[in-house]
Design a protein around this ligand. Structure first.
Ligand code: SF4
Length: 460
């Protein structure tokens, strides 16, 4: 194929993680580094494709300007990241692109549930669900012929075709993401540090668990696969030394899945004396003293733990397979190792009441969560939760979970209440202030607190 444009759509046209968390006016700063797009960019370059990158999200390029650029550039193919949660705005963008560039092929890359394939293929030409690097390189490094690209989902005269699976990619064989093609000084994330630039990184793929609410649960290729410790340490080293970025967010679905690998990564990083700081998200049952101490010794300064709900019945019903004692003990272990620990909670799961939301807030306080996210439940299409919600008639006109006992409006109000109650607690503020380390940390804390106060005062 000729010219390929890798496009990250602008904020107004695409799903924003923060919007799901905080509503329309988030109290925090997030400009996500699109690491998957950068990884595809790297593989396309390696296979000889001519590519350009437009991260309109980071650059805040108005969508009209994106269209003008597409019209002028007239690429042969545009690759756009998408997921089940972002599909509607992405398809709106894709339709508009089709208007100005009718001959340009469009490929979506991301975890898009089976029920949405047809809808997407009415607008775009092909979908890559996982291991995008090899699949998209295979598709675009030769004349367009989707029928011969294993793993690809495409449309043959109105019929959805799912090509035979392709073997999993050898993750160690992939070139590191082509970060240099992206505006690196624009990426910022509240989970890392708000006043320094950061990058996302992926060290493993897949998750063998099947939580009812999780968009990963419908993926039919859930096997976990990890990069080797040396390969992971190589990327930390290269990015910090060549690009000067020292703050990393590891966005694996299950980073701690393979204990020996985690200990190996920590060992490699210690031996190389890498001056980097990084955060992970983890299941509580992957954490023990040895793991926490190894992570601390390798620069991991924060672990966000998927708690989901502090009501035992609700937690059990998610299929997470972790109990509250395990979660509690994980928080103590992480704190004892000198790492900050955050609680990730969901508001509005089946069975939720105002009392159970209060339980979650109390639990986050009791375990000393340093940063808590309360996410309003959103049933993603094709998940067990979505299936249950459809069967029970719990979906409102916006696709939100709305049970007679706890409506979508209750979910929204309870999420706001939970944030306000957790963060505006004098004991939390005193505990957090006691942990301040240096001027940068203090500035970060003051700014975050100011934003939260402004935001939640506005909500009355
Ligand atoms: S919530 Fe986490 S553990 Fe559960 S299925 Fe999703 S990625 Fe796996």
């Amino acid at each position: 194929m000729g010219d390929v444009l890798l496009l990250n759509p602008p904020p107004q046209g695409c799903y924003q993680f923060r919007d799901i968390l905080f509503g329309d006016t988030p109290p925090v700063d997030v400009v996500e580094f699109p690491v998957n797009l950068a990884s595809v960019a790297s593989s396309l370059l390696a296979s000889g494709c001519s590519i350009s990158v437009l991260d309109a999200n980071a650059l805040q390029t108005p969508f009209d300007d994106v269209l003008t650029q597409v019209e002028q550039q007239d690429p042969d193919v545009i690759v756009i990241p998408a997921s089940s949660t972002s599909i509607e705005p992405v398809l709106t963008d894709a339709r508009a692109i089709r208007e100005v560039a009718p001959d340009t092929r469009q490929v979506l890359m991301g975890l898009i549930g089976p029920s949405l394939h047809r809808r997407a293929l009415d607008v775009v030409d092909a979908i890559s669900i996982d291991d995008h690097e090899e699949m998209i390189s295979d598709l675009l490094s030769r004349p367009w012929d989707p029928a011969r690209v294993d793993g690809l989902i495409w449309s043959d005269r109105g019929r959805t075709v799912i090509n035979p699976d392709r073997p999993h990619t050898d993750l160690d064989a992939l070139p590191f993401p082509a970060r240099h093609l992206f505006p690196l000084d624009l990426y910022i994330h509240y989970l890392v540090k708000q006043d320094v630039h950061y990058t996302n990184m992926v060290t493993s793929r897949g998750c063998v668990h099947r939580c009812t609410f999780c968009s990963r649960s419908f993926s039919k290729r859930r096997e976990w696969r990890g990069r080797s410790p040396a390969n992971v340490a190589d990327e930390f080293q290269e990015v910090s030394e060549r690009l000067g970025i020292r703050e990393f967010r590891v966005i694996d679905e299950d980073f701690l899945h393979d204990r020996d690998r985690v200990l190996g990564i920590a060992r490699e990083m210690r031996e190389r004396d890498l001056d980097v700081n990084w955060v992970i998200t983890a299941r509580a049952d992957g954490i023990d003293k040895e793991i926490a101490e190894a992570l601390a010794s390798a620069g991991c300064f924060r672990i966000d733990i998927g708690v989901e709900s502090a009501n035992p019945d609700i937690l059990r019903s998610t299929g997470k397979g972790v109990d509250l004692d395990t979660v509690s003990s994980a928080f103590s272990t992480v704190h004892e190792a000198g790492i900050a620990a955050g609680a990730l909670l969901i508001v509005g799961l089946p069975g939720e009441t105002w009392e159970s939301v209060a339980q979650s807030v109390s639990f986050a306080r009791e375990v000393g969560s340093d940063f808590t996210i309360f996410r309003s439940i959103l049933p993603y299409p094709d998940t067990p939760l979505h299936t249950q919600a459809v069967r029970k008639g719990w979906l409102d006109e916006n696709g939100h979970l709305s049970r007679p006992e706890f409506t979508a409006d209750d979910v929204k109000q309870a999420t706001t209440w939970a944030y306000r109650t957790f963060y505006l607690d004098p004991a939390f503020m005193a505990r957090r202030a006691a942990r301040v380390r240096g001027g940068r940390d203090a500035r970060h804390l003051l700014r975050s607190f100011g934003k939260f106060l402004k935001f939640y005062k506005g909500l009355g």
